[in-house]
Design a protein around this ligand. Sequence first.
Ligand code: RB5
Length: 141
Amino acid sequence: MNIIIGCDHGGFELKQEIMTFLLEHDHQVMDAGCYSTDSVDYPDFASEVCRAIDTQTTDKGILICGTGIGMSIAANRYPGIRAALCMEPFSARMSREHNDANVLCLGGRLTGVSMATAIVDTWLNTEFSGGRHQRRIDMLE
Ligand code: RB5
């Protein structure tokens, strides 16, 4: 799968770990930055990731900031983006089955590497259920 990943300084270290996990699992990964723990502004990176999905450069995105909250607020302002902040795999599964989430948000200061990789693995391997859930998503547009 083609996946774009972005972060701010609060998510930089977790982004590096998630990128390693994704590459080890044969995904194609686009790194939208940031590239260090120097302070940056999370809306810039949410914009990069959401634009890549909007232009169909990639199917899915992952955004990581300190809590995941800023990234999810920013990403959900873009038409067609359904960003889900997940702290455990059940929410990740539901966000795909029921919400067809196309952006996963994680909190780099809250979620450890093994939990985060479990969330990502579940999220990438769960299909949208469609049916009544599609009707509800259509109501959001
Ligand atoms: C940066 O300090 C922090 O505010 C940011 O990473 C994020 O948690 C915002 O929601």
